[in-house]
Design a binder for this molecule. Sequence first.
Ligand code: ADP
Ligand code: MG
Length: 272
Amino acid sequence: MTEAAFADGLFESGTAPIERPVFTAPAVDTTSAPDPGSTPVIDLSEVTKTYSTGAVEVTAVRGISLRIEQGEYVAIMGPSGSGKSTLMHIIGCLDVLTTGSYFLTGLDVAAMDQIELAEIRNRHIGFVFQQFNLLPSLSAWRNVELPMIYAGVGRDQRRKRAIGALERVGLGDRVNHRPGELSGGQQQRVAVARALVTEPALILADEPTGNLDSTATADLLMLFDELHEQGRSIVLITHEQEVAARARRTVRVRDGLLADASGRLAGFGVPA
Ligand code: ADP
Ligand code: MG
């Protein structure tokens, strides 16, 4: 997972990324995909994920089916260790499922190799993480530029769009600041600008307010409200009720399964 995310410039590597040739992955065939207007942005069916670490196997996701329509704003809630981040990594194509199926905007993700997954991530998904995951040696606009380098956007366009995205999140006067010269809330807004700059269909945020104070949390949630109003799909993982309350729908995860509002587990197919 981490290696894959490094490839997108989403995680700190300690060194500035090297500008390198864009992936020459074969273009994803969308000709057979259904009309995007009616295709859910996320369609998970009976998904499981088992991690094997030495002799120990952990099944972090045990059979989750979930459909999220375009333009929806969904919160995923659940206690620590319930499988939220694992689910986010699968939804975000940062990791692959063990069994089940996953269609992202109609594309069969389970059938894709690492190069195709990187392409899909870059093209369709903007990520926001609890730890911001900015490169400390790069200025705000250089951080925001990263996904466009991987997407093969030209230098002038990159700079223009990076600055535009920073203006959209209210940081037009901080474009040359490095992460260490910004507050936590500002750093997270840089991360949101980076998530937005490729105009992805889906914003995926894992505990995005986990390291923010209440003012910065309120600012970030307002920004997400705006993005939702502009028609973007947002999936936000949180264990904070006030944060989840801003979404239009809440999905609960417990012990690797979806639970209904009462906390009962669903997905075993056991008759009542
Ligand atoms: P949450 O985000 O809800 O706290 P996670 O999805 O991070 O939960 O973890 C769910 C379970 O899977 C935990 O028991 C955790 O220890 C395990 N797990 C998560 N990531 C890995 C990994 N890369 N390798 C092995 N086990 C993992
Ligand atoms: Mg987590």
